[in-house]
Design a protein around this ligand. Structure first.
Ligand code: GLV
Length: 313
């Protein structure tokens, strides 16, 4: 901090720096806000607000008090050059959660009402009557029951679906059948029609959406990956679509982003790709939480949604 003015460094290809600067200045008062990819005075930066790590890495940011992710996840950040002891926080706020819930409901409804099949019928000029199935007869599984997973579970339960959830530790929640552990995952997989992934990416969850899981499905399942690309073994998905274990898939995240043009995922008739758009926080709403975390960081106090590096989220 130079001349007692907070220096905030911002780096994101998705979020608008001007909107964030205005929203944070309103809450924190005048501040130095740097947003160019190459930060000219990294050693004076107090807090970094990042979607991804800037090309220069974080090594030169020698006075950092905190790194605040602009996303609910942190795996898009390369933290290899971050000094030990600098706290990191995830960003979960109502606007981000709200957009994730919308995306989950929209993609679930598309499958529930067979719109993906009607889209193909339309392209092939086919009048095919596909009768609606009552929502209560459709079973939705959610992998990950953190703030996002729970909000999605509640919204889908309110839409009338049967909702099963799987998480690291068992949870008791009204309107939700909760599973945990390896056996729990097998039990859930055997019952679901649509499976949504919103797990955090950790060594234990990397590649969880794989051939072993797909082979446990009791019927052809529609898969929605809103977590991270590395949760999914992409070649296993292609094989599972061919084998009929997976009926269709929606991928908002892929192992390499942007997805390379030559990827076989593009153009597969049963895969819908969206470019990591499921959730985005709106500065007008999320700045309050970021401002609070900046205040906490300057006081050396624990942050809201601070990442536990031993757990990885
Ligand atoms: C989006 O992927 C996020 O981490 O918020």
């Amino acid at each position: 901090m130079k001349d007692n003015q907070l220096h905030l460094y911002f780096h994101s290809s998705l979020d608008d720096p001007d909107l964030w600067c205005t929203a944070l200045t309103r809450l924190l008062g005048p501040l130095k806000f740097s947003a160019s990819p190459l930060c000219s005075e990294p050693e004076t930066v107090d807090v970094a607000l990042l979607w991804t790590t800037p090309p220069q890495g974080l090594g030169a940011f020698s006075q950092l008090r905190a790194v605040l992710s602009l996303g609910a996840g942190i795996n898009q950040l390369d933290l290899s050059s971050l000094a030990q002891g600098v706290p990191l926080a995830r960003l979960v706020d109502d606007s981000l959660t709200g957009t994730m819930v919308e995306y989950a409901r929209a993609t679930v409804m598309r499958y529930h009402r067979a719109l993906h099949r009607h889209e193909q019928d339309t392209r092939e000029r086919r009048w095919h009557f596909r009768p609606p199935v009552p929502a209560g007869q459709r079973c939705i599984g959610i992998l990950g029951l953190g703030q996002l997973g729970l909000a999605i579970a509640k919204a889908l339960a309110a839409d009338g679906f049967r909702v099963l959830g799987w998480s690291n530790s068992a949870k008791t929640l009204a309107g939700l059948e909760s599973f945990s552990g390896e056996q729990g995952l097998t039990d859930l997989a055997g019952q679901v029609d649509i499976l949504i992934n919103v797990l955090p990416l950790t060594p234990a969850t990397r590649g969880i959406l794989d051939r072993t899981l797909f082979a446990r499905f009791g019927r052809p399942v529609q898969l929605i990956n809103m977590g991270r690309g590395e949760h999914l073994v992409e070649t296993d998905l292609l094989a599972a679509l061919n084998a009929g274990w997976v009926e269709a898939a929606t991928l908002d995240v892929t192992c390499i982003e942007p997805l390379p043009e030559q990827s076989l995922l593009w153009g597969h008739p049963d895969i819908l790709i969206t470019p990591h758009v499921a959730g985005l926080s709106c500065p007008d709403s999320a700045a309050a939480c970021v401002a609070q975390n900046i205040r906490l960081a300057l006081q050396g106090r624990p942050l809201i949604n601070q990442v536990d590096f031993t757990k990885g989220y």
